[in-house]
Design a protein around this ligand. Structure first.
Ligand SMILES: Nc1nc2c(c(=O)[nH]1)N[C@H]1C(S)=C(S)[C@@H](COP(=O)(O)OP(=O)(O)OC[C@H]3O[C@@H](n4cnc5c(N)ncnc54)[C@H](O)[C@@H]3O)O[C@H]1N2
Ligand code: MOO
Length: 410
């Protein structure tokens, strides 16, 4: 690939997803697997419930013993009792607690509220029905049932079923390990250091640490380098040597005299898979395959362009590398007119909120320029203004991508 390209955002995404290298599978304890993607089907090692048990504190008895009958209470069965409870015969009832094993012979549980007790005699106050308040063995899932297929993402809510099924470890796609290089001699990393004229704080470096963590990546190395290709190359080679999966850099990808990222990559023998996409912000974004096949993203330096570049280019790559399908956007109703230049896919800093009618409304925020980051303190989504339409009227349905991960988008 050479020169200036006119790739659309969709074409760029296709290139990125097609180039994604699958990350390896590892086995981890269930407690460490939240947020990760399964690399193998998870099959229940035991049923749930394991045995017929009571859903109520009450009495286990035979439904044929109709209401009004006086029954003999034979004993008490508690959850966790390991000895087999004595069978219940006609005219008998066993006190039973929630979760306790239902004794043989009993076919129903009568809640304690529907009974009266007179010493060892039980009086039933209500009509009773066979099967009531008994949680049958295997009625949630059976041993051997497929609980979660390969490719599913483990959330906190998925853990109880797996833990109940005897799953102590799971095979998952390992977290991506990233390196992050900030370029720019104007950047100061130390938040306490005074700024000399011409210097600015490195705002995208801390963003890199925050956003990679939010997307479940390990940021194994982070460096800031000046505006010379040699320092950049040295930092990049050190990260590759240290075994990271991919490198993200910020700045030095445009057409300035100090924009060396592309030329260094080419000198290293990397294949530039895309450079410049018809998007705003983030137009100068670069994606390359390093000589050993590892991916490299060069995100534009303006801070909002860096944020957009990570969210809309790097995250799709990470999803593909983790075996996840392309992300499905959230659809919201535009709350105010949105204008953007034609011929570009424009990603607008936006705020999503639930309208009074219960429908999600998306408001583009003031301050869309790519150096403006104050609106990012209020944004919770990137709103897509599609290529090929100048103005979107209020009420138009628009696609939005949560600024940080959202399980709704899969
Ligand atoms: N003649 C042209 N100039 C520019 C073009 C163009 O097409 N023709 N594109 C503009 C666009 S769009 C963008 S985006 C920027 C991207 O340029 P670079 O990726 O080369 O970024 P830099 O020049 O290094 O920096 C741009 C800007 O961002 C500030 N910056 C950089 N890194 C950080 C950081 N870690 N924290 C805070 N701020 C950062 C930097 O100081 C610059 O102000 O190029 C335009 N120019
Ligand atoms: O792409 Mo730049 O990010 O428009 O400022």
């Amino acid at each position: 690939m050479t020169g200036v390209t006119k790739l659309s955002y969709m074409e760029a995404l296709q290139i990125i997803r097609a180039a994604a290298r699958s990350l390896p599978a590892i086995t981890v304890p269930l407690g460490q697997a939240t947020g990760l993607v399964l690399a193998a089907d998870v099959v229940a090692l035991n049923a749930n419930p394991m045995f017929d048990n009571s859903a109520m504190d009450g009495f286990a008895l035979r439904a044929a013993d109709a209401a009004g009958t006086r029954l003999t209470i034979t004993g008490t069965i508690a959850a966790g009792d390991t000895t087999t409870p004595a069978p219940v015969r006609a005219g008998e009832a066993a006190a039973i607690m929630t979760g306790a094993r239902v004794p043989e012979g009993a076919d129903t549980v009568v809640p304690v509220e529907d009974t009266e007790r007179d010493g060892a005699t039980l009086i039933l106050k209500a009509l009773i029905e066979a099967g009531r308040h008994i949680r049958k063995a295997g009625s949630d899932f059976k041993e051997g049932d497929l609980l979660m297929p390969i490719g599913s993402r483990l959330a906190a809510s998925t853990i109880p079923a797996l833990a109940a099924a005897g799953i102590g470890k799971v095979q998952v796609i390992r977290r991506p390990v990233l390196g992050w290089i900030s370029t720019g001699r104007e950047l100061v990393d130390d938040p306490d250091a005074p700024l000399a004229p011409g210097q600015i704080r490195n705002s995208s470096g801390p963003y890199g640490a925050a956003i990679t963590a939010a997307f479940g990546c390990d940021l194994a190395a982070q460096r800031t380098v000046g505006d010379d290709g040699d320092s950049f190359r040295a930092a990049l080679e050190a990260m590759l040597e240290a075994g990271i999966d991919m490198v993200v850099s910020t700045g030095a990808v445009s057409v300035g005299q100090f924009d060396f990222v592309r030329s260094v990559l080419e000198a290293m023998g990397a294949e530039i898979l895309l450079h410049r996409v018809k998007v705003r912000p983030g137009k100068p974004v670069l994606f390359a395959r390093l000589p050993d096949g590892r991916p490299f993203f060069g995100l534009p330096g303006n801070p909002a362009s860096t944020a957009m570049g990570f969210r809309m280019f790097v995250v799709p790559y990470l999803r593909a590398a983790m075996g996840l399908p392309a992300e499905v956007p959230i659809v919201a109703r535009l709350a105010a007119e949105a204008a953007a230049p034609e011929g570009l896919t424009v990603f607008l800093k936006a705020r999503l909120r639930l309208g009074a009618d219960g429908v999600l409304a998306a408001t583009p925020l003031a301050g869309q320029e790519s150096y403006k980051i104050a609106p990012m303190t209020r944004m919770n989504a990137w709103l897509v203004h599609p290529e090929g339409c100048a103005t979107l009227a209020p009420g138009t349905l628009v696609s939005c991508y949560p600024a940080t991960p959202d399980w709704l988008t899969g």
